[in-house]
Design a protein around this ligand. Structure first.
Ligand SMILES: Nc1ncnc2c1ncn2[C@@H]1O[C@H](COP(=O)(O)OP(=O)(O)OP(=O)(O)O)[C@@H](O)[C@H]1O
Ligand SMILES: [Mg+2]
Length: 422
């Protein structure tokens, strides 16, 4: 049970010029479950290992329970850690594997009765009591993973650190263990820092999620905040699967409300969203518009405010259908802040947005139960559909060439702002 505070924490590995972690600031509350998530190489493990004491801190401080721990050995920091490669001792039974860290304790030494009590208690919580006498090789992957978690649980730790503990497991087991970690968390009331590259794990486990990229914090927020109010295009595309549709559009301020122009159509922006835009004094400009696949609506007939598209792939997922569609070509000169040369430059193309004269592939996600039999049969490659979205599901990003595209309405949180300011 403890708070963890990282202040201006930086990591530069010997021999490298770019920091692996830039100016990382975060206050973790007692008993909070924090998840670090981001693509490979973004600095998640490095940050966790600096908290654990397995990696030197180049600059800044880490405090656990109000005490700066920079110079403390891992064993003196009051932490427990579970790794992806949970090396169990093959020649020891499950019981002895779990008892191992307790047998190492000195002054005072722990009594056998106390060890027995703790190991059996942890085994009960994890549902592995019947395997205590087995050797690890006679266990399934999920059971071994539970032993590794049990081994970390038996100690009195203030903070529980986990680095991709489920990534060795198959999809089904991973889902099951994810639910078990939620239960575990309810039973052992302690502070957790959990590292994963899987956004589903991050969303389901975290009280707050820290989304990282290239050693920077891109956003810190609750699962709902980062999903509903992504502070920038990176977070918008990282959280949610299939990823958010994003494309160039023009946001136009009308007398009362707004509308967006894209693919030659005008989609109205009204209500709460229009009010928020207006309150921020946002005027007519080129933007990146984001709409999640599950938030798009379709019509089979042309309608004003609906973009005509053509189905190219139909992925039947059972309970839902993912339709990949292509848009019409973008009219030349559609976005007034871009010259044609800019729009065609490699820089711009690399951002995978949209070139004048180009088409964009979008995904729309439809609940199968909402489709008629006729529609199920007809929504195949070549089918023409018309897509739109309500104002409240639209995300508006500032279009700045070669720069991070920030949300016009919502910030990424103070921690990300501090990180990105450098
Ligand atoms: N011991 C090391 N020496 C030098 N550079 C390192 C070392 N360990 C990691 N790095 C670099 O630091 C950066 C961050 O690495 P880190 O392991 O923290 O990423 P990660 O987010 O945990 O990625 P993954 O999801 O692949 O585990 C990477 O660019 C990596 O190459
Ligand atoms: Mg890692």
């Amino acid at each position: 049970m403890a708070t963890v505070v990282l202040k201006n924490v930086k990591k530069i590995y010997p021999g490298s010029t770019e920091p692996a972690v830039h100016d990382f600031n975060l206050s973790i509350a007692d008993k909070e479950f924090i998840v670090f998530v981001g693509p490979s190489g973004c600095g998640k493990s490095t940050t966790l290992r600096m908290v654990a004491g397995l990696e030197d801190i180049s600059e800044g401080t880490v405090e656990i329970d109000g005490e700066v721990v920079n110079d403390l050995q891992p064993k003196d920091r009051g932490i427990s850690m579970v790794f992806q490669n949970y090396a169990l001792y093959p020649h020891l039974t499950v019981y002895e594997n779990m008892a191992f860290p307790l047998r190492l304790l000195r002054n005072p030494k722990m009594s056998n009765d106390e060890i027995y009590e703790r190991v059996t208690n942890a085994a009960k919580i994890l549902g592995i009591t019947q395997y205590l006498t087995r050797k690890p090789k006679n266990l399934s992957g999920g059971q071994r993973q539970r032993v590794a978690i049990g081994r970390a649980m038996v100690r009195d730790s203030k903070v529980f650190l986990m680095d991709e503990p489920l990534s060795n497991l198959d999809a089904k087991l991973r889902n099951q263990m994810r639910a078990e970690i939620i239960l575990l968390r309810q039973r052992i009331q302690t502070t957790f820092i959990y590292v994963t590259h899987d956004q589903t794990e991050a969303m389901t486990l975290g009280d707050r999620i820290v989304i990282m990229k290239d050693g920077f914090i891109m956003q810190v927020g609750s699962p709902t905040e980062v999903f509903d109010r992504p502070g920038n295009l990176f977070v918008a595309e990282f959280i949610g699967a299939p990823k958010m549709n994003t494309f160039m559009a023009k946001l136009v301020k009308d007398e009362k409300d707004y509308h967006v122009e894209c693919f030659g159509e005008k989609i109205p922006v009204t209500g709460e969203k229009a009010r928020e835009l207006s309150e921020k004094g946002i005027g007519t400009q080129t933007i990146v518009l984001g709409i999640r696949p599950e938030h798009m609506v379709f019509s089979e007939e042309p309608k004003p405010g609906y973009i005509p598209v053509e189905v190219v792939v139909n992925e039947m997922m059972g309970s839902e259908v993912h339709l990949h569609v292509t848009t019409p070509e973008v009219p030349e000169g559609a976005y007034d802040t871009l010259t044609e040369a800019e729009a065609r430059s490699r820089d711009f193309a690399d951002e995978q947005l949209l070139l004048p004269g180009g088409k964009k592939e979008l995904i729309i996600r439809i609940q199968t139960i909402n489709l008629t039999d006729k529609q199920r049969a007809e929504f195949v490659p070549g089918k023409k559909l018309y897509l739109s979205a309500e104002s409240r599901v639209m995300h508006f990003f500032n279009y700045q060439k070669g720069k991070l595209k920030t949300n016009l309405l919502y910030g990424p949180g103070a921690e990300a702002e501090a990180s990105l300011a450098n």
